[in-house]
Structure formats: C-alpha cells, structure tokens
Design a protein around this ligand. Structure first.
Ligand code: ASP
Length: 585
C-alpha cells in the first residue's frame, strides 16, 4: 500500500498515529540538524519533519539529498506542530518521519510549482503536466468536472439521452473552415471534422430519440482570436416537438441549476431582449447587463447645429459614465486615444462633463449650449458627476465602437463583478447577415434555422429583415449558448439552400442525406449548444478559457508541449495519396 492517507487529510485528532504518505516534494527547509519538507498531492500539503535526534541516521541522510518534485513515500508518526499554520487544513500537525523511500527523483522543474509561480505562459504550457500540479490549475480542472457532472445529471434527469456522433464526417456549415482528414482507404477523399454535430442531432430527432445531448468536441479552423481554441467543447442539445418557448424554458432550467449547484446563486426568471433592442440599447448582441451605461441616441438633439461631424453621421450615440466627471483631462485624452486605436477604429470622441453643480463643460461648447447638453444628459441618463461620451458615424460601426468603450469603462470602474451573474436571452435574431466580402447574404446562425412563422415570403422582398426562430443565451456579456428551431420541411430547406446560393446539385451533394430524411416524417424540432469552456470559465469567475482546459493550444493553434502540428513522413503522405509535400521554408 503506497499510502494510508492523502496529504490533505490529517488533522489534530490523528496525533500519535503512524501513517504512510506519498507525494511530491514541494518545498525543503534544511537547517542541517532539522529538515522540513512540504509533501504535496492532489488533495493538499502535509509537512514532514526530519530531526537529527529522533530520525534514523540513514533516513536523515536520504532526506538531505531530496530535491524539488522528487516523488517519495514516508512513514512516520503524526505529531502536533509547535508553530501551527492556520491557513492550511493540515496546519496543526506534522509527520515525524521514520522511513523514507525515494520513488522517483526529478530534474529541477523549470518553474516554481506553487500557487504563485514564476513561470511564464509559454513555459507553463510546454510543461503543462507540471503546471497541472499547481493548485489553481488542478482546481480549475476539478471545477470543470463538477460542471460537466451537474450538466449530465440534470439533463439525464430530464430524460435527455447522451449520444455520441461521429468525428469523421462531411462538412457542416457553422460558418468556419473545416479541419480535414485524408482518407487512406478512399484515395483523394477527405473527411471533415465536425464544426458541430448539427446535422446528426437533427437526424437523431428524425430517429425519434426525442431529447438528445452530448458533451462533445467541435473543430473550427478559424483565424484565432484571443481566447479561442481550434478544438473546443459544446454541451450540444436537441429536442423534438418543441417551440422556441420550450427550449428557452428547458435550458434556462439547466443554467439556473448550474448557478445554484456550482455557485450557490439563485437567479429569477431570465430577462429577454430582442436582437434589435440589444443592438439599440447596448450596441451589441451579447450585452453585459450587470451595469447600466445604456446607449442614448442623440441624433435629434445634436443635428440641429453647425457641428458637421454630427450632422453627417448616420448615428450619434452616447453613454453616461458614472462618476466620470472626476476623470482628469489626461484620462479623457487617453480614452479618446483608446477609441481611436485601429482595433476600435473611432474617428474621435466628443465628451461632456456633467459637473456636480449641474453645469456642463464639453469638447463641443462652440456648437452647443446648456439646454442641448441637458437633453443629452436626459437621454443618456447622466447624473451630475458623470461624463457623457459620444461617438458618431455609420450605425453598425459606431455601435460596435461604443459598445467596446462601454465594456472597457465598466472593467476600469470595477463594474464587471465576477461573482455577480446576469443571464439574458437574446431572441429574434435576423435570419440572414450581409457579407461584404462575398457580397451576399449568409445564414446568421446556420442554414437549418427556420424563419419566424409567416416570414418566409419576406425573403424575396426584404431579406435583411427576416427574423429567425433563433436565440442566444448571454451571461455577463458573453454568448454562452445559441440555437434555433429548425426547418423540418424538405421544400423549405431546399428553398433556403437555394436562397443561400447553393445550386440544387450542391445542396444535394452536401446535405442530400438530411433532405432525404425530412421526407420520412421529420418531427418539428429545435435545439441549442452551449460553449462549455467559456461557461466553465465564467462560472469559475474567470475569463480565460485556456485556464480550464487541460491541454490547450496557443494563439497560433499550436500545442507547444507535444509540438503539434508537425510534418509527417513521406511514406505516410504517399499512403494517403497526398502528392504535394510541404515546401522547405
Ligand atoms: N450547432 C449550433 C452551433 O454550434 C448550435 C445549435 O443550433 O444548436 O452553434
């Protein structure tokens, strides 16, 4: 038996028992005549003491040669500590060691394996197995496990069945590029890795399974934005014989359960907002509603004077920054620089201080008077002591810019509290989205999403205004889930493919299996998928998903530990009938 107890287990009651422990040497304090060692495992740390007077000589000698991260086994007596450590569960006791076995030595680790480490991100990723020994990383992984167990238990109790769908499939359009896998047995042909199990879960509904879920890896070959992973995990769900309302209620139930179970937080009914309203009030389809700073549209109170910048703008819109009048001139200039950075792209920013005494002072005093500013304040909800920030220009651009500013200010002002949870359903998304690059409409969610009842004919006349039976679940400014009611009628689906620019042949080649299935009694159905990595991070009160993934990829999609992707041998390429090899550079 390697151990009688774990390193997180022993308390004062165990004093005078003889125990055997095993684990890693985290820290050594060697005074020559006395040596203390912190012994670590997944469960905690227990202090060992070796003492010239009480420890056998041979043991003392081995102990003096221990190094960090050596794996050892010790037997000894539990004794009460002279100086207790109230910050450690095992802090009242230590083990007076009488036997010591070196199970495996260790090289000196490249960074300190303690709660606080000196290791930078790259180094920690390269030696991720060492990083995982650190408490914060380990606890995040255990936290993730708790969330997935809670999801499984909840959905299973609601009669959902977890079904695995294949990874080697044909392209599913979720708007990203596919990762492809060459087929050795079918020369010149490729599988695609699923961007999501979308078509399969719909086929499971045709198969009569009624309620499906799966905690599943999805793969999307996108240019990596910060904190995105090329492979990520979804809680993927689908239900038959449902309307949007049923889906919202079911998954509001799941989310509420998680918040209660994991965070001990009770949330009332989730508010709902249409996409249009979210864009108008927050400039964003995933608004963080934990704080105010709502958009106030100012066209009618700014375009009556000689200020051309505003007069020429499609939208003039402002927010009131609480307490912002206390910003120094320098701080405001920095904000202006911030919105002008290429990532945000604003041309400039007009501001108006609303002083505590009720007077206004703005960067456009030349053009506007107190009465104008009083209107701005009314519309943006500004109070004395606030700062009104105003951007102008093309509606969609200016909304995105002001939304970025709103989030930045909220972060700076400490309004985005990690342990406060504000879920929100955003509904009535547009069915289509205009793509500048290809100069045509794309499905905003995916091509299987059904338009709202009665809107199909609008496709011909006013496509941009067709609303979909699609919804997102937003939590603290993050989209954590999205889904839709699907098309289940072959003719409608064919029409949609046609509209999205697929020829009937292409549609048949790519999605014939689905349209065929629809001819055999497809039930009305719909579903949703949650991004598990992000959900776990938010519930864990953090924003970096990488911290909740055991072996994440870096920003260039590389696993720096195993060094993937990598070149493969010519024989392998030949076997796969891949003629062109990589070039030498
Ligand atoms: N397959 C969709 C996605 O990955 C989710 C859904 O529509 O259920 O976003």
């Amino acid at each position: 038996m390697y151990r009688t107890h774990t390193n997180g287990q022993l308390r004062i009651e165990a004093v005078s028992n003889t125990v055997t422990l095993a684990g890693w040497v985290q820290k050594i304090r060697d005074k020559g005549f006395m040596i203390w060692v912190d012994l670590r495992d997944r469960y905690g740390i227990t202090q060992l003491i070796f003492d010239e007077e009480r420890t056998p000589k041979a043991v003392m000698e081995t102990a003096s040669k221990l190094g960090r991260e050596f794996v050892i086994q010790v037997t000894g007596k539990v004794i009460e500590r002279e100086s207790k450590n109230p910050n450690m569960p095992t802090g009242d006791i230590e083990i007076l060691v009488s036997e010591l076995t070196l199970l495996n030595p260790s090289l000196t680790p490249p960074f300190t394996i303690e709660e606080e480490t000196d290791g930078g991100e790259d180094l920690r990723m390269k030696f991720r197995y060492l990083d995982i020994r650190r408490k914060p990383v380990r606890e995040n992984l255990i936290f993730r496990h708790k969330v997935t167990m809670a999801v499984r238990n909840y959905l299973s109790a609601q009669n959902f069945v977890e079904v695995e769908t294949p990874y080697l499939i044909k392209s599913t359009p979720e708007g990203a590029r596919d990762f492809v896998v060459p087929s050795r047995m079918n020369p010149g042909q490729f599988y695609a890795l699923p961007q999501s199990p979308q078509t399969f879960k719909q086929l499971l509904m045709v198969g009569g399974l009624d309620k499906y879920f799966q905690i599943v890896k999805c793969f999307r070959d996108e240019d990596l934005r910060a904190d995105r992973q090329p492979e990520f995990t979804q809680i993927d769900c689908e239900m038959a014989f449902v309307e949007q309302e049923d889906i919202l209620n079911t998954f509001e139930g799941l989310t509420r359960h998680l918040l209660k179970e994991i965070n001990g937080v009770t949330v009332e009914k989730f508010p709902r907002m249409t996409f249009d309203e979210a864009m108008k009030r927050f400039g964003n389809d995933k608004p963080d509603i934990r704080f105010g700073m709502e958009f106030g549209e100012l066209n009618h109170v700014t375009q009556h004077k000689d200020f051309n910048v505003f007069n020429q703008a499609e939208l003039v819109v402002g927010i009131a920054v609480p307490g912002g009048n206390s910003f120094t001139r320098k701080e405001i200039d920095q904000l202006i620089d911030w919105v002008k950075r290429p990532q945000i792209g604003a041309m400039g920013m007009v501001y108006c201080r609303f002083a505590e005494d009720g007077t206004f002072k703005s960067s456009v005093d030349k053009f506007y008077d107190e009465a104008d500013f009083a209107e701005w304040a009314k519309i943006t909800g500004a109070q004395p002591g606030d700062l009104i920030c105003v951007l102008s220009g093309n509606t969609s651009k200016v909304r995105a810019q002001l939304s970025a500013l709103r989030m930045e200010l909220a972060t700076r002002l400490g309004l985005r509290k990690p342990n406060e949870f504000a879920p929100l359903w955003v509904v009535d998304f547009p069915l289509l989205e205009w793509d500048e690059e290809t100069q045509r409409y794309h499905a905003m969610h995916h091509p299987f999403t059904s338009p709202k009842p009665g809107q199909l004919k609008l496709l011909e006349t006013d496509p941009g205004n067709v609303k979909a039976n699609a919804y997102d679940l937003v939590l603290n400014g993050n989209e954590i889930g999205g889904g839709s009611i699907r098309i289940h009628d072959k003719k409608v689906q064919a029409k949609m493919f046609d509209y999205l620019g697929f020829s009937p042949e292409e549609a048949k080649a790519q999605f014939g299996f689905l349209m065929d299935a629809f001819q055999y009694g497809a039930p009305p159905h719909g579903g949703i998928a949650f991004g598990l990595d992000r959900l776990v991070a938010i519930l864990g009160g953090q924003e970096t998903i990488r911290d909740f993934i055991a072996f994440p990829k870096n920003n260039s999609g590389r696993d720096v530990m195993i060094d993937a992707p990598a070149a493969i041998h010519q024989e392998q390429l030949d076997e796969l009938n891949l003629k062109t090899t990589h070039s030498e550079n």
